[in-house]
Design a protein around this ligand. Structure first.
Ligand code: SF4
Length: 227
């Protein structure tokens, strides 16, 4: 793993380059040890499109919670086929039942966090499409972050950290990349169907996730801690 000083230097240098440059560097620096996590519902498809032009063998980890919209599963299949992605479906060890109604934190832990902890274990670099402008909990993310994963280092890579939602849409239009169909039916962030609703104009991008419960994140980005 790179030293914290080297990671800081690299992050500063990549601040003024396109995300593709950072992605290509990560794939080159961590061959067969890099993975992208992708829900297919948001801006992460920008990264999937970029990766398809850099190295299609990089695993794209999809958390198959069992509660995705049918539109998500169909879009994932079509998108992966179109761009030749190496998608890996990541599932829970056992079906925990419809816990989302009574204990959504536990549901997310069993259907997302625990499966991802297992799936990400072989990798040294973890790419994700999180952006600063998505929510207050994401405002401080950096392009490159050194994290601790069960006592060992892992590099978290957020190439779109400084992009806006408008930047994402501009990229998709410019490259003729298809979008999740529910984005045109009032949804601005798409997760599991029991915990996602369309948003009204002017609402924050993630306001439709776990609406009215006080929950804002599934925990995928809190099981590692920043070093
Ligand atoms: Fe369960 Fe909802 Fe979390 Fe999906 S988003 S894992 S249904 S609580």
């Amino acid at each position: 793993m790179l030293s914290p000083a080297e990671i800081g230097r690299r992050a500063a240098a990549f601040r003024d380059t396109p995300p593709e440059t950072l992605l290509a560097w990560v794939v080159r620096t961590f061959p067969r040890k890099t993975a992208l996590t992708l829900s297919f519902g948001g801006g992460g498809i920008v990264l999937a499109h970029m990766l398809s032009r850099i190295d299609r063998s990089v695993p794209v980890l999809f958390l198959d919670t069992g509660f995705h919209f049918p539109e998500t599963l169909a879009f994932k299949e079509a998108f992966a086929r179109r761009y030749g992605l190496t998608v890996v479906d990541v599932r829970p060890l056992a079906d925990p039942g419809p816990l989302y109604a009574t204990d959504p934190d536990r549901c997310c832990h069993l259907r997302k966090v625990e499966p991802l902890e297992r799936a990400i274990a072989p990798f040294d670099a973890w790419i994700s499409g999180l952006r600063r402008d998505q929510s207050v909990t994401r405002r401080a993310i950096e392009l490159l972050e050194l994290h601790d994963l069960g006592g060992r280092p892992i590099l978290k890579v957020f190439p779109l950290a400084h992009w806006s939602g408008a930047d994402v849409q501009r990229y998709l239009r410019a490259h003729d990349v298809p979008r999740h169909p529910l984005l045109d039916r009032g949804y601005t962030s798409i997760g599991c169907w029991p915990c996602t609703r369309p948003t009204a104009p002017g609402e924050p991008e993630r306001a439709g996730r776990w609406s009215g419960t006080g929950k804002t994140e599934c925990g995928l980005h809190t099981f590692t801690t920043r070093r």
